[in-house]
Design a protein around this ligand. Structure first.
Ligand SMILES: [Zn+2]
Length: 386
């Protein structure tokens, strides 16, 4: 199943326009990072250039399809944001720097199973934007006539990062995009694009992928154990690439969840010396693993969410912790609504603070203190975590 299958409504609309020959010259794909926007843009480029003729079902075997899949088709240009070149260098050197940086992203994209662009991982501490040099060289390329194939496709990923210069140059290009040329801008922050650019594009909204199809997709694609995949998919909040990253590098999502629940259970039963030991250990791990506290908070949130779903008698298909369904049902029956709602609110609050540079141990203690003080009877029921 190709990633575009996870975006059925967007893809159906694109298929119709390919088959009718009405693909707009400028498109804007908006949605969460890693939700499949660039994948869809590349699939569209393949569909338009298949040697069997433009078709929503490209053959996948002709020379054009193969070159598209290999990422080296002359009619396809994929541009990502890169750090600004060092000032004080010659224009030539600056251009070279920008090209090298772009090649780094494309290589990372080639290696990863599902790629979500995160400049922080490639160039820590540097801001990345779409550079004027890239827009200029695209403009030059577009002045040459089309060598082979049916249509030229230019993809600008995370287009909202364009520098002002680049945005103005693009605006001029979009006024006359050129024959058989399609510009596809992808963005996770459409509000940051110049309104004048937005208004020249047909916008398409990419939705977060629901838990069931995402779990199914990841299981078939990665062959990882179902319970692991399900928890990762739930934590990824609808982004296939984020789920793949969670499952990558041998990470054991379920073990992490069990540890997180164990920590909460210790706090709930008043065993604060055990909590202290655990938090001390986590504090050190956080130096190497910056996302750790966020993941723990999200695992707690997903557990409370499952309790709420179970209490409301909603279908199990939406639950993250299906492998613990018995414990979820039992706890849901014992803990009152107001306690669950209060805990949910506490965790949402803490997750919002996660990006504010709060020290990890402070965030964990604050969450645990507030979680264990959530309103409700103080008997065995509210002490129960799972
Ligand atoms: Zn083909």
């Amino acid at each position: 199943m190709p990633p575009v299958a996870l975006q059925p409504s967007v893809w159906a609309s694109l298929e119709r326009s390919v088959d009718m020959g009405t693909v707009p010259p400028a498109l804007l794909f908006a949605g969460l990072p890693g939700v499949g926007k660039v994948e869809a843009a590349l699939a569209l480029a393949r569909a338009l250039n298949c040697e069997a003729g433009p078709s929503s079902r490209p053959c996948g075997e002709c020379r054009s399809c193969r070159r598209m899949l290999g990422g080296n088709h002359p009619n396809l240009r994929l541009i990502y944001p890169v750090p600004s070149p060092s000032s004080g260098k010659s224009e030539e050197k600056q251009q070279e720097e920008v090209e090298v940086a772009l090649a780094e992203v494309l290589e990372a994209r080639r290696i990863e199973k599902l790629f979500a662009f995160e400049p922080e991982r490639i160039w820590p501490g540097r801001k990345a934007s779409i550079q004027i040099d890239h827009v200029r060289s695209l403009k030059r390329e577009l002045s040459y006539s089309l060598g082979e194939g049916n249509a030229r496709v230019v993809v600008l990923a995370e287009a909202h990062t364009m520098t002002t210069e680049a945005a103005n140059a693009l605006l001029k290009i979009l006024e006359e995009p050129g024959p058989r040329t399609h510009w596809i801008l992808t963005t996770s922050r459409p509000g940051r694009l110049l309104p004048t650019i937005r208004s020249r594009c047909r916008a398409m909204e990419f939705e977060p992928v629901a838990l069931e199809p995402l779990t199914e997709f990841l299981t078939s694609r990665l062959g990882a154990p179902a319970a692991q995949v399900r928890t990762a998919a739930a934590m990824a909040q609808g982004s296939p690439a984020a789920a793949v990253r969670l499952l990558g590098a041998g990470a054991d999502v379920l073990a992490e969840r069990d540890q997180a629940l164990e920590l909460w259970r210790a706090a709930q039963s008043g065993n604060w010396s055990a909590v202290e030991r655990a938090v001390e250990g986590l504090r050190f791990r956080c130096y190497r693993d910056r996302g750790l506290v966020g993941r723990i908070l999200r695992l707690w949130l997903l557990f409370v969410r499952d309790l709420l779903l179970a209490k409301a008698g909603l279908p199990e298909g939406q639950m993250a912790n299906l492998d613990r369904i018995e414990a979820v049902r039992k706890t849901a029956a014992q803990v009152p609504w107001e306690t669950l709602n209060a805990r949910f609110a506490v965790l949402e609050d803490c997750l919002a603070a996660e990006n504010l540079n709060v020290a990890p141990e402070v965030l964990l203690y604050s969450a645990l203190t507030r979680l264990t003080q959530a309103p409700g009877p103080t008997g065995a029921a509210s002490r129960q975590v799972s």
